[in-house]
Design a protein around this ligand. Structure first.
Ligand code: GLP
Length: 232
């Protein structure tokens, strides 16, 4: 491995695991000494990292770690927005909402005790009137003291939370798993029992870092594809 490869590897390691976005890299002079290379070589390696968008330079101050671009490119969208962006009309069927204890799993995800109350909203989400997804959302009851009105449950939940309850989703942790539909869920979605599905689990937080929603969304595997715009 050449010295400049060694330097590149060292800097990449720093970017990935040690430095946070907007932290400063060690000065070129220090890196040149440490890796026994010329400052020109250091500059070339940093030029490459800059072209890749991993660092940025500030005249007279140094070189800093960029925000990971992926964070900017993946948007936190609602079901309604997802469907509209595909040219489909979003809707909901079989809507119900009840106040229940969070239980261990939902409580853990929302940072609540298992006995704390949550609003459990169950909806079959449709696209152009066709069932697409069975969605269970759990919201801490303490954030919605008056609950939700029945008519608030038929449109976009995110719009209602923002416009009427002052709760705006800012960030979410989300996992997507492959699964199969059990007979009850399959019936609700008009799909054959045990047909493939995606389970999307999302915990959404507001700007203050409060967990606002935990949702389990089961998407029909034969109707849904997961689309992302990603940048390099
Ligand atoms: C997605 C998310 C859910 C969220 C829903 C809100 O499906 N996975 O967590 O509840 O969007 O969608 P809408 O605002 O259309 O009700």
């Amino acid at each position: 491995m050449s010295k400049s490869d060694g330097l590149r590897r060292h800097l990449t390691g720093l970017l990935v695991s040690e430095l946070a976005p907007h932290e400063r890299l060690p000065p070129e002079r220090v890196l040149a000494e440490e890796f026994a290379v010329s400052r020109l070589t250091v500059r070339r390696v940093i030029d490459e990292l800059e072209r890749e968008g991993r660092v940025y330079r500030v005249q007279g101050s140094g070189t800093f770690v960029s925000e990971p671009r992926i964070r900017k490119s993946v948007e936190l969208t609602s079901f309604s927005e997802d469907m509209r962006s595909r040219g489909l009309r979003p809707g909901s069927l079989e809507v119900s909402c009840e106040r229940v204890p969070a239980g261990a799993g939902v409580g853990y995800a929302l940072g609540l005790s298992p006995s704390a109350e949550v609003l459990h909203i169950r909806r079959v989400r449709t696209a152009d009137d066709e069932p697409m997804c069975l969605e269970h959302s759990y919201l801490p009851a303490e954030l919605l003291p008056g609950g939700l009105e029945p008519e608030e449950l038929h449109g976009s939940l995110y719009e209602v939370l923002a416009a009427r309850h002052g709760l705006t989703l800012h960030r979410a942790e989300q996992t997507i798993k492959a699964t199969v539909l059990d007979p009850d869920d399959a019936r609700a979605l008009g799909a054959p029992p045990f047909s493939p599905a995606f389970l999307v689990q999302r915990t959404g937080y507001d700007v203050r870092g409060r967990a606002v929603e935990r949702a389990d969304s089961l998407y029909r595997g034969d109707r849904y594809s997961y689309r992302l715009t990603i940048y390099r």
